[in-house]
Design a protein around this ligand. Structure first.
Ligand code: NAD
Ligand code: SAH
Length: 425
C-alpha cells in the first residue's frame, strides 16, 4: 500500500495512533479475502473516479478495509461514525494519516459532535451515501433537499436502516435508489446471526469478565441477531430464555429448544438481558422493578432506546462506573442493575464489533452495491433495490473458495430433472 500525504480536514482523537491502527487494519485484512479481490479490481478499473462518497459506519478495522477499497477505486470519500461509542481511534488516525481519507469520528463523542459530523458529511455534497442506520439519509431528506440532485443513491447496512428507508419511501421523501445491503443473503445470514452472536457475548465478557455457563440469559427478539445470540449463549452453557412479540419466531425459538415467555416473567428469572429487536423500550421500569439484584442489561439491537435507560436513570438513587463501559444503577429498594455500554450496541461499544471474516461479506456487498449504483446511474427507480442475486452468489462463491471449501455441481441429469414437471411418484 502506498501512503499518500494528509490533504484534508478531520476530527479524530489522536493522529499519532496511526501506526497501531495500520497494524490492526492489516491484521483484519487477512480475514477479508473477498473484499481484497474487489479492492484489487477497483484499483485497476477506478469505478468511482469523480464520485463523492460519504460513509457513515462504525469506524473499525473492517470499515477501514472497505474505505481503502473505495479509495483504491478512485472515490473522493469521507468517513463519519455511525455510533458515538464504536469508533476505534487508531483506525481513524491511520485512515487520515496514511490514506488521506477525511475521518470525523472520536470514541465517546457526545450527541452534538455526532450530529455535527453528519452535517460535515453532507457538506461534502455526496453522490453516494453508505449509511448504517440511515442517519445521514434521514438528515439529507429533512434538511438538505437542495442537495438531492447530487445523489446517485444510497446503500444501507442494517435492518433498522432498511425499516427507516421503507418508511421514508412510503412517505414519498425517498426520491433516489437505495440498495438494501442488509437483506442480501451473504449479509444477514452471517453478519446479523454469527457476527452478532459472537461479538455480543464478546462485549459482555470483555466488559464484565463473568462466566456465562450456568447463567440465565434472556434474549429479547428472535430475528437474525437474536438467533445468533441465543445459539452462542446456549453453546457457552447458559440457560436461554427468548422473548418475542411475533408468533412465528416465537415458535422457532421454542423448537430450537429455548424457553419462550413474556418479558414480565423473564425479568424475574434472568441474570443477563440482551435486547436485539430494533424496537423501543423493550425493557421498561416494570421490568427493572422485578429483576434480581445485580442483573446485567445490555443492547445489541439498535440505538440506545431498546432499554428505557431514561426511566432507569430517573429512578436510580446513584449511578457509578464499576468497570470500563459498565455502570451500576442503585435503585431505591437497594437492588442494583448493571448496564453495559450505555445501552448502545454492546458488541461495538465494549468489544470490536463483528469479526472481520463476516464483515468481509457484508462489505463486499457494500462495495459492489456502490459500483452497481454508479454503473446504473439514472437508470434505477427511486426506492428500495435488492442486491442482484448474481452479486450475492458471487460473494458466496468467492468466500467459499477462500475458506477452502468445495461443493458439488449439478449433473446434466439433475439440471433436467429440477427443470421438468413430468416425472412424479
Ligand atoms: P429482525 O427483524 O430479523 O428481528 C427482530 C426481531 O425482534 C423480530 O423477530 C421481532 O418480532 C422481534 N421484536 C420486535 N419487537 C419486540 C419486542 N418488543 N420484544 C421482543 N421481540 C421483539 O432484525 P435483526 O436483523 O435481528 O436486527 C435486530 C436489530 O439489531 C436491528 O435494530 C438491527 O439494525 C440491529 N443489528 C445489530 C447488529 C450489531 O452489530 N449489534 C448487527 C445486525 C443488526
Ligand atoms: N447506527 C446504528 C446501527 C446499528 S449497527 C447504531 O449504532 O445503533 C448494526 C450494524 O453494525 C450491522 O448491520 C453490522 O453490519 C455493523 N457492524 C457490526 N460489526 C461491525 C464491524 N466490526 N465493523 C463495521 N460494522 C460493523
Amino acid at each position: 500500500m502506498v501512503a499518500t500525504p494528509v490533504k484534508q480536514k478531520y476530527d479524530i482523537k489522536d493522529i499519532s495512533l496511526a501506526p497501531q491502527g495500520r497494524q490492526r487494519i492489516e491484521w483484519a485484512a487477512r480475514e477479508m479475502p473477498v473484499l481484497k479481490q474487489i479492492r484489487e479490481r477497483f484499483a485497476q478499473e477506478k469505478p468511482f473516479a469523480g464520485i463523492r462518497l460519504v460513509a457513515c459506519c462504525h469506524v473499525t478495522t473492517e470499515t477501514a478495509n472497505l474505505a481503502i477499497a473505495l479509495h483504491a477505486g478512485g472515490a473522493d470519500s469521507l468517513l463519519i461514525a455511525s455510533n458515538p461509542l464504536s469508533t476505534q481511534d487508531d483506525v481513524a488516525a491511520c485512515l487520515v494519516a496514511d490514506y488521506g481519507i477525511p475521518v470525523y469520528a472520536i470514541k465517546g463523542e457526545d450527541n452534538e459532535t455526532y450530529h455535527r459530523h453528519v452535517q460535515i458529511a453532507l457538506d461534502h455534497r455526496p453522490n453516494i451515501i453508505i449509511d448504517d442506520g440511515s442517519d445521514v439519509v434521514a438528515t439529507l431528506v429533512q434538511e438538505r433537499q437542495h442537495q438531492l440532485s447530487d445523489i446517485i443513491g444510497t446503500t444501507e447496512e442494517t435492518t433498522t436502516g432498511i425499516v427507516r428507508l421503507r418508511a421514508m419511501f412510503n412517505d414519498g421523501v425517498l426520491t433516489f435508489p437505495a440498495m438494501n445491503v442488509n437483506d442480501a443473503d451473504t449479509k444477514h445470514f452471517y453478519d446479523n446471526r454469527y457476527g452478532t452472536g459472537q461479538s455480543t457475548l464478546d462485549g459482555i465478557i470483555r466488559a464484565t469478565n463473568i462466566l456465562l455457563a450456568g447463567k440465565t440469559i434472556v434474549v429479547a427478539g428472535y430475528g437474525w441477531c437474536g438467533k445468533g445470540v441465543a445459539m452462542r449463549a446456549k453453546g457457552m452453557g447458559a440457560d436461554v430464555i427468548v422473548t418475542e412479540i411475533s408468533p412465528v419466531p416465537a415458535i422457532e425459538a421454542a423448537m430450537d429448544g429455548f424457553r419462550v415467555m413474556p418479558m414480565a416473567e423473564a425479568a424475574q428469572q434472568g441474570d443477563i438481558f440482551i435486547t436485539v429487536t430494533g424496537n423501543k423500550h423493550v425493557i421498561r421500569p416494570e421490568h427493572f422493578a422485578v429483576m434480581k439484584d445485580g442483573a446485567i442489561v445490555c443492547n445489541s439491537g439498535h440505538f440506545d432506546i431498546e432499554i428505557d435507560l431514561k426511566s432507569l436513570k430517573e429512578q436510580a438513587k446513584e449511578v457509578k462506573e464499576v468497570r470500563n463501559f459498565t455502570e451500576q444503577y442503585i435503585l431505591p429498594n437497594g437492588k442494583s442493575i448493571i448496564v453495559i455500554g450505555e445501552g448502545r450496541l454492546v458488541n461495538l461499544a465494549a468489544a470490536e464489533g463483528h469479526p472481520s471474516a463476516v464483515m468481509d461479506m457484508s462489505f463486499a456487498n457494500q462495495a459492489l452495491a456502490c459500483e452497481h449504483l454508479v454503473k446504473n446511474k439514472g437508470q434505477l427507480e427511486p426506492g428500495m433495490h435488492s442486491i442482484p442475486v448474481e452479486v450475492d452468489q458471487e460473494i458466496a462463491r468467492l468466500k467459499l473458495q477462500a475458506m477452502g471449501i468445495a461443493i458439488d455441481s449439478l449433473t446434466p441429469e439433475q439440471v433436467e430433472y429440477i427443470n421438468s414437471w413430468a416425472s412424479g411418484t
